[in-house]
Design a binder for this molecule. Structure first.
Ligand code: G3H
Ligand code: 13P
Ligand code: ZN
Length: 309
């Protein structure tokens, strides 16, 4: 099956009360672990690539890995640019085989965000590619940008943004954040479901995206620290809150940090227990399995998209 856009996936997810996982990929083991899990679950899948991932692995390697995953699994897979920083990066991904791009104008003033997003939408749609825009700003660390506080999405802006730009989906800020440190120690995790509800009322039937949706599984942080790591207290979004979101207008849920934690915990454990090992296959094999297990856990506990491929 060739790569697909997210149009059909989102329509079915919206109607079916589930969400599609968008998992960040950076290398072969990550692509394999994710797609093996999705294949076993027969789940639709979004593989997403950040500007940092393109810089790390090179566009062509990532494209070829995703092509291999398609050939291997026959699943509906969309290839998405995560946090496209500018028009040129989006254009390069559209020209280079991606089926979906995000233009992240969320740090710009509303009018500038609209102008930039509209420009990307015009180019993308002319080439059969779909576009995710963003309104509101998440707290947390993403690439080189560290945002201290949330700027929740203003429901009064969403209709104008979507109608003027023509975007196909909208990422919103309701209290999720990027990275492993989403809440301060002692702080109670919470999401603004009231804002989500109001946005849904203003945009009936329109697919919403949640970034920063890792749950930061405590056992993984513990394992990292047991085997030589020194992570401070890390708190994520509880899985039941994300499950609730997945049943609503939220059709795409972005997960990266939980994969990083799973892979790192596995490699740390292997190295601590096998200190003489120097064969990358010996530690990357369990690391790939850890990615697979994490994605299966997300499909079952959070996304609800098992069997929807
Ligand atoms: O939201 C950002 C993703 O976690 C990607 O992170 O830019 O370090 O690849 P990255
Ligand atoms: P996490 O850091 O919570 O995994 O979020 C990833 C993300 O939003 C990628 O765009
Ligand atoms: Zn993000």
């Amino acid at each position: 099956m060739p790569l697909v856009t997210t149009t059909d996936m989102f329509k079915k997810a919206y109607e079916g009360g589930y969400a599609i996982g968008a998992f960040n990929v950076n290398n072969m083991e990550i692509v394999q672990g994710i797609t093996e899990a999705a294949a076993e679950e027969q789940a639709p899948l979004i593989l997403q690539v950040s500007a940092g991932a393109r810089k790390y692995a090179k566009h062509v390697y990532l494209i070829k890995l995703v092509e291999a995953a398609l050939e291997d699994t026959n699943l509906p897979i969309a290839l998405h640019l995560d946090h496209g920083p500018d028009f040129e990066t989006c254009k390069s991904c559209i020209d280079g085989g991606f089926t979906s791009v995000m233009i992240d104008g969320s740090s710009s003033p509303f009018a500038e965000n609209i102008t930039l997003t509209k420009k990307v939408v015009e180019y993308a749609h002319a080439n059969g590619v779909v576009v995710e825009g963003e309104l509101g700003q998440l707290a947390g660390v993403e690439d080189d940008v560290n945002v201290e506080h949330h700027s929740y999405t203003d429901p009064d802006q969403v209709q104008e943004f979507v109608e003027t730009t023509g975007v196909d989906s909208l990422a919103i800020a309701i209290g999720t954040s990027h990275g492993a440190y989403k809440f301060k120690p002692g702080q109670k995790p919470q999401l603004r479901f009231d804002i989500l509800e109001e946005i849904t009322r203003r945009l009936p039937g329109f697919p919403i995206v949640l970034h920063g949706a890792s749950s930061v599984i405590p056992e993984l942080v513990q394992k990292i620290n047991t085997y030589g790591g020194a992570m401070p207290d890390a708190i994520g979004i509880p899985e039941d809150m994300l499950r609730q979101a997945a049943k609503s207008a939220v059709c795409k849920i972005n997960i990266d940090s939980d994969l990083r934690l799973a892979m790192t915990a596995s490699i740390r454990e292997h190295m601590a227990l096998n200190p003489a090992d120097f064969d990358p296959r010996q530690y990357l094999k369990p690391a790939r399995s850890a990615i697979k297990d994490m994605v299966q856990r997300k499909i079952q506990n959070v996304l609800g998209c098992s069997g929807k491929a």
